[in-house]
Design a protein around this ligand. Structure first.
Ligand code: HEC
Length: 492
């Protein structure tokens, strides 16, 4: 049979089964919906049971922080003028939450946990280092309420420490006294027992120095702020199809849901507008769960649908280095095995290194060398009943390169290319897989919409292209680009 006919035949069969498939996806969708519903209901139930212990802590009067009654019952304080941060009271502790950057900082932490940088600094007892220590503590423990530069935040009701008027009213002893004991009836917490005496003196000196224009601590503060400014925090586990290797939360539970509308090119063919760039066509929808056993070690299970061989992928990942810990780059290693027909045949073993580096706070580059042992050619499995055919295993090596660039605090442009450098041809890959798109982050949630020539999202399949998949060499030209999206949600 000529190749053309084979393809048409496959499509004919495909069409027949689209309705059957849609039914399946609807069930899948309903299940996902129920899962999401459960996730929103469960924490709410927890909140309710602990609200009685939370309630007494909330009656803190503070400058211009507005507290709506519903929120205050939950221990939440909104900050006027800020759409991305809130203060949460939980069991007598206050947490400052930055939604856009996914950071939660305890405002009153039981003890200072020094990073490697700080430990080193604390050991050396010279004046300059004391000033640096003061600046560092201020940055970590005070700046969220007093501002990075100590100029105060109107919304929290903190004074401007750089103003000579404010400084005139504060002796060093007063300052240290206030830091130790806090200010009753205001948000200013007591730090005695949470910071050591030396640390209180150091940060007190730093506060005092803000008025005098003393250059050493100010420079130290500026450096600390700049260092932090250089680190990018990825919004999602995926860039588009490439992994970002980002650190997960210990006991964090994540859902990934990807759609690739590989059968309808977005920009060619007839009247694409009517089909929303292919969005109302048939998609390859994959679903996975990821769990952080620690903040370094995570495991995941991920499945793609029958039309792409029904693979299940099981993975373990270890996050070795992180720029947030002042390493020069991030590094994660992942080991995964996927098997087609629901993990029963055509097994592929993958080893990945994920290396990334922030260019500055708003951009990051990714390099993902990947070895796939016994990889398989990417083909359409024409019917639901059919198991994917036995395919020869081919060892391959690909090098994914990608980048994310924040054009707004919560919106990034993303792009990636995944050339298969070893045995690409044997796998039928003649042009590298590539994708570009736009990604929106919300706290614990990310959504990416993009265009790509690659229908696969499991590790072994992501370097394969639409031409290989459809058996049509011309399907990989730019006019064959198709639309797709990713949803990521951290449930816990
Ligand atoms: C949760 C927010 C918050 C944090 C964290 C915080 N402060 Fe405060 N601080 C305040 C508020 C609000 C005031 C103003 C209270 C008032 O006088 O109304 C204040 C007042 C002060 C004052 C007295 C200023 C004055 O004019 O009376 C000093 C000194 C001070 N803070 C130092 C610190 C230091 C040092 C740290 C970190 C170790 C820190 N604060 C952490 C909220 C905070």
């Amino acid at each position: 049979m000529p190749k053309q006919n084979v393809v048409e035949n496959r499509f004919g069969q495909l069409q027949k089964h689209i309705w059957a498939l849609r039914k399946r996806f609807l069930i899948c969708l309903a299940a996902t919906g129920m899962l999401c519903l459960a996730s929103t209901l469960l924490p709410a139930a927890n909140d309710h049971s602990s609200s009685s212990s939370v309630a007494p802590d909330i009656a803190v009067k503070i400058g211009a922080v507005s507290t709506s009654p519903g929120a205050s019952a939950l221990g939440v304080q909104f900050i006027d003028g800020s759409s991305s941060s809130v203060i949460v009271n939980r069991n007598g502790r206050k947490y400052f939450i930055d939604l856009a950057n996914h950071t939660v900082r305890e405002v009153e932490s039981p003890k200072l946990i020094p990073g490697p940088h700080l430990q080193k600094t604390a050991l050396v007892n010279s004046n300059a280092n004391n000033a640096q220590l003061g600046a560092k503590i201020f940055e970590e423990k005070c700046s969220m309420c007093h501002g990075k530069d100590g100029k105060g935040m109107k919304a929290v009701g903190t004074p401007d420490f750089t103003s000579s008027k404010v400084q005139a009213s504060l002796t060093k002893e007063t300052i240290i006294n206030i830091i130790k004991h806090g200010k009753k009836g205001t948000l200013m917490p007591a730090w005695e027992g949470k910071l050591s005496n030396d640390e209180i003196v150091a940060v007190g000196s730093f506060v005092k120095s803000l008025g005098s224009g003393d250059s050493v601590p100010q420079r130290a503060a500026a450096t600390a702020a700049r260092e932090n400014d250089k680190v990018y925090t990825p919004a999602d586990d995926f860039l588009y199809s490439l992994p970002t290797g980002r650190r997960l939360d210990r006991h964090g539970f994540y859902v990934n849901f990807t759609h690739r509308f590989a059968f309808d090119p977005a920009f060619s063919g007839k009247a694409r507008g009517a089909t929303l760039l292919g969005l109302d066509g048939f998609s390859v929808a994959s679903f996975g769960l990821r769990y952080g056993i620690t903040d370094k070690l995570s495991v995941s299970a991920y499945r793609s649908p029958s039309v792409i061989g029904r693979p299940i992928e099981l993975m373990a990942a270890y996050h070795l280095l992180d720029e947030h810990d002042r390493y020069p780059f991030n590094a994660t290693f992942r080991f995964s095995v996927d098997g087609q027909a629901n993990f029963s045949k055509n097994f592929t073993t993958n080893l990945e290194g994920i290396f990334s580096r922030s260019l500055f706070k708003r951009a990051q580059m990714y390099f993902v060398p990947t070895v796939s042992l016994q990889n398989r050619r990417l083909i359409v499995t024409p019917t639901l009943e059919d198991a994917p055919p036995d395919l020869p295993g081919i060892n391959s090596f690909s090098l994914g390169v990608g980048g994310a660039f924040d054009i707004r605090p919560s919106v990034a442009l993303i792009a990636e290319v995944i050339p298969t450098l070893v045995n690409g041809r044997a796998l039928g890959i003649h042009r590298p897989a590539y994708a570009f798109g736009i990604q929106k982050r919300l706290w614990r949630h990310a959504f990416a919409l993009g265009f790509s020539n690659s229908p696969g999202t499991v590790v072994s399949q992501r370097a394969g292209t639409r031409a290989t998949f459809l058996g049509d060499a011309s399907a990989d030209t730019p006019s064959g680009l198709f639309i797709g999206f990713d949803l990521m949600r951290q449930m816990y």
